[in-house]
Design a binder for this molecule. Structure first.
Ligand SMILES: Nc1ncnc2c1ncn2[C@@H]1O[C@H](COP(=O)(O)OP(=O)(O)O)[C@@H](O)[C@H]1O
Ligand SMILES: [Mg+2]
Length: 257
């Protein structure tokens, strides 16, 4: 932990600007998987420090990412948000560090937690957390909930992040969700729209999705290896799938510059 703290603070002192990237989209479009893989790509390609914040309070993400971790090695972002003032020290204490990756930290909710576990907080507090995370890492990736009503963190991130990457899966329920929900979101025209294929058996033509969603910046293919990693709790490992890596690498390059 202390090694991480030192490195990360040195890192933030060297680089002047840090960037927040919100990942949002339809339910099960692959937002969480994408957030981890984008963080991996930025970390590996740019040798920089990253933090990923998982905002899901309905299906807490920590037990999904770290299924075999001992409870006392995981911490909750909920605890950080209960503080009157969010300090760098308190945030660092609750960062979960990724093994063998110096300067790569994640924050999220723990198994069993729900919206009643911690006191409610407002958008000011959410901004306070983002500001602290920006002092810790050059890239802060925020895995947002599809339903913004469920999450202040997601609402603020989608509204105010430097970049918003919006994921859609090529299926009819995703299209229906977008046609219903997108009109409710301000600033949607600045989002980077991408298609992600989270299942091998998805069969709606990508062209149909394109025609409804407008300009699509990338199509991230289905990868059996990524799926396997997800189910084994190994999403932070590297992927050897070339097609997948080429696309995620290009997205990393686009958001980093
Ligand atoms: N490009 C992909 N290739 C293979 N599986 C994927 C891909 N994107 C997502 N998945 C899988 O789809 C499922 C849903 O992904 P998840 O990231 O949990 O979605 P969300 O966070 O939007 O609910 C998971 O099993 C995940 O590993
Ligand atoms: Mg998710």
């Amino acid at each position: 932990m202390s090694e991480y703290r030192t490195n990360i603070l040195i890192g933030s002192a060297v680089v002047l600007m840090s960037k927040t990237i919100a990942v949002w989209g339809s339910p099960r479009s692959g937002k969480t998987t994408f957030s981890v893989k984008l963080a991996n790509a930025i970390y590996n390609r740019y040798k920089t420090n990253v933090v990923v914040l998982f905002t899901d309070i309905t299906t807490p993400t920590m037990p999904v990412l770290f299924p075999s971790a001992k409870r006392d090695t995981l911490f909750s972002v909920g605890k950080v948000l209960t503080k009157t003032d969010i300090t760098v020290d308190e945030t660092i204490k609750n960062l979960v560090l990724i093994k063998k990756k110096a300067n790569f930290g994640v924050l999220g909710y723990l198994c069993g937690e729900n919206k009643f576990t911690y006191p409610r907080f407002d958008d000011v507090k959410a901004r306070e957390l983002f500001d602290v995370l920006k002092t810790l890492a050059n890239f802060v990736i925020i895995d947002c909930m599809s339903n913004l009503d469920d999450s202040v963190l997601s609402t603020v991130a989608v509204g105010e992040a430097d970049e918003v990457i919006r994921l859609a899966s090529p299926d009819l329920s995703c299209l229906s969700w977008y046609l219903s929900q997108l009109p409710l979101v301000a600033g949607a025209e600045r989002h980077i729209q991408g298609i992600n294929v989270p299942d091998a058996d998805i069969c709606a033509p990508v062209s149909d999705v394109r025609s409804h969603l407008g300009e699509v910046s990338f199509t991230l293919p289905f990868s059996r290896e990524v799926k396997q990693q997800f189910y084994e709790g190994k999403l932070f490992d590297v992927v050897s799938d070339k097609k997948y890596n080429t696309v995620i690498g290009a997205i990393a390059d686009k958001v980093v510059v």
